[in-house]
Design a protein around this ligand. Sequence first.
Ligand code: AMP
Length: 495
Amino acid sequence: MTGKPDLPSNAPSHDLFDSDRFHDECGVFGIFGHDDAAAHTALGLHALQHRGQEAAGIVSYDTRQFHAERGLGHVGEHFSSPVVIARLPGHSAIGHNRYSTTGETILRNVQPLFAEFAFGGLAIAHNGNLTNSHTLRRRLVQQGCIFQSTLDTEVIIHLMATSRYHQVVDRLVDALRQVEGAYSLVAMCDGTLIGVRDPMGVRPLVIGEIDGATILASETCALDIIGAKFLRDVEPGELVTIDADGIHSIRPFAAAKSRFCVFEYVYFARPDSVVEGRSVYAARKRIGAELAIESPIDADVVIPVPDSGVPAAMGYAMQAGIPFELGIIRNHYVGRTFIEPGEQIRHLGVKLKHNANRALVAGKRVILVDDSIVRGTTSVKIVEMVRQAGATEVHMRIASPPTTNSCFYGVDTPDRDKLLAANHNLEEMRTFIGVDTLAYVSADGMYRAMGEERRDPDAPAFCDACFTGDYPIALVDHLGGDNVAQLSLLAERGR
Ligand code: AMP
């Protein structure tokens, strides 16, 4: 996690643990009861590559012992070799893709984490971000715990180790009752695979089945890649254990209103995934249609910023009755711009990544559609490119509300002072990006695209903190207390 709002002067300092800040935009996968557990896990992680590209790890269990392999880089760089897969025997395995933008991505921070407890070994993989991990970690260090990594996930391990309970699930529940934040966890111990989502279900987690084996995965695209059948989502606040007797479910936390992350639909999840009963692709297309209804403009062609803007641009074009064209071509052999650290590289990355399709753009009034603007770097470059290719007018339409706040729940966003929309009004942004008109979909429009009537300010159906500053889970580390209202106020003031 990166983002930090302006802190009140009495906020605690976190220098101690900031050497490698926590960035957890991740994918998790687990399988129980399959001859090729590790190979299936590698394939599942490959399908979840978009959720994290910096490192990947797999831990398997062969009824006698655990085996672990971790590597920096893409899944395929480490796990496509049969030799590596052969070092991961057993019928159960879990895996993790890691994402980070700054700080070293060092091997000791690559999940799954593994620890030997009084009850035996446990491997754990986490998607999300804990918001009180610094606070808990400080207390645990004072109690004598020795941390091996700078991952927030490791506090769960120590809370389990120091729990007064004996059974693994009891210890895990005891630990999770003390943490705040967003988590979709996959864990594996002797004979059991465990999956759990935080009470608000901010991050996704699904259950699937193949050849009688049970699977847990961040998204359904990880089931599709191996031909597994989707069974159901793990529900918010649900903990499932999977063993030789099947799937067992408990609800160990106080009931909370579900607040799934709407940004998963906007950008993060893969368009071929079905998340919480909605197709990501269809949701993006509907946002584009809402955008066309809210902010129409006379133009000759609708062009997506590939790849993330494609479904929304299609939705916009269909609704507006304007031709859709692939007027910008993306080079797929360059990583996502956002992922390369450093301002200079980011600029270079955008140039390396996109090229205007001159024949489709020259002499045209163009509507460019992207899913979001973060720093504005991509938009500036793309607009310049389209103008150079001869567009007579360029109109920008954004398929999410302005990104005005950092995420503290597992999507890596820059600090607020780097978020374009947090520091500029619409007209300033329009001038900065260099477009003739600029419009974002409204929060109500985005909610309508999700099948809601509008955004209910008293009980929003999603976590939309990045767009509204309404943080549903206490940001304990950042405000030194359980004071969400205070942060929302700060966000409000800074807008
Ligand atoms: P920027 O150039 O900083 O304005 O980034 C905007 C681009 O980054 C858009 O094209 C988005 O598709 C993409 N994007 C938005 N949020 C993220 C994120 N959390 N991680 C990676 N890319 C993102």
